[in-house]
Design a binder for this molecule. Structure first.
Ligand SMILES: [Zn+2]
Length: 268
């Protein structure tokens, strides 16, 4: 394996990092719009409910008006009857009827006025709600237009970065398995998927690594992943490691240490 493998992975890491960043931005975009839309839905349903209420009260007013008109006619008819009665008994009966029909007429008029007052109030309320509804509808429309424009832009950025990743993968013949694994490490480790070993320490998680494992990384036979943080590791000389370069390889202690994580570079 050549050291340039790590340069390829670093290039891939840059593009992946940028792509994940744009994907996160796309995810966050509709949040504001969702809140506004929920507000609009609530306003619409309130408006509809109130509108139905107005229609019901309008019908009730109509019925009361009809009943009141009939009561007026009945009362007038009763009064006309006065002209044609002859006996005291008939007079008393009619007088009672006139009084009753007058009370009914007055009651209905009172109810009608109260109902009409309610109707006026409800209509005013409906008008106010309609103004707010129109305002929020316009806001949502303009937010949607803005959102669409930004989304188109972000999606095109994301596609471009995806193409960049694919072309790096093609160009350097990175296997689909390694691409998948490396992508998920970059995503889960905040964009840092490949780190050096300095003085036997993983620069990603700062854990001290066993010497035999460090030697395996140095040997460049396979791509090795940090057993603690899963990042891809490469060996990098430091002043200290230069001065202690003659370290011994301890045999046997790590024979199964990184078997699950190592990558055969024949497939790379
Ligand atoms: Zn690590």
């Amino acid at each position: 394996m050549q050291k340039e493998v790590f340069t390829k992975l670093e290039k891939l890491q840059d593009s992946l990092k940028a792509k994940f960043h744009v994907e996160e931005e796309i995810k966050q975009l509709p949040h504001e719009l969702k809140i506004k839309k929920a507000q609009l839905d609530k306003l619409r349903s309130d408006f509809e409910e109130l509108n139905l209420n107005v229609q019901t009260v309008e019908k009730e007013c109509k019925t009361l008006r009809f009943e009141y008109d009939n009561a007026v006619i009945a009362h007038e008819n009763n009064q006309k009857q006065m002209e044609v009665i002859s006996t005291q008994r008939e007079f008393e009966a009619l007088e009672k009827q006139i009084s009753d029909s007058h009370i009914l007429e007055q009651n209905l008029l009172k109810q009608l006025h109260a109902k009409e007052k309610t109707l006026t109030q409800l209509k005013e309320e409906l008008e106010e709600k309609s103004v707010v509804l129109n305002e929020v509808e316009a806001e949502v429309k303009s937010e949607e237009a803005k959102y669409d424009a930004i989304l188109i832009d972000k999606v095109s950025q994301k596609n471009q970065l995806e193409n960049e990743c694919n072309s790096i993968v093609d160009q350097y013949q990175i296997s689909p398995e390694l691409f998948k694994k490396f992508s998920s490490i970059v995503k889960n480790k905040d964009g840092s998927g490949i780190v050096p070993i300095h003085d036997n320490v993983c620069e990603g998680c700062h854990m001290l690594l066993p010497i035999q494992f460090v030697n395996e990384v140095r040997s460049l036979e396979n791509i090795e992943f940090c057993p603690y943080c899963s990042r891809v590791l490469y060996y990098e000389e430091t002043e200290l490691s230069n001065s202690t370069d003659s370290m011994e390889i301890e045999e046997g202690s790590l024979s199964t240490f990184a078997d699950d994580d190592e990558f055969d570079l024949d497939s790379f």
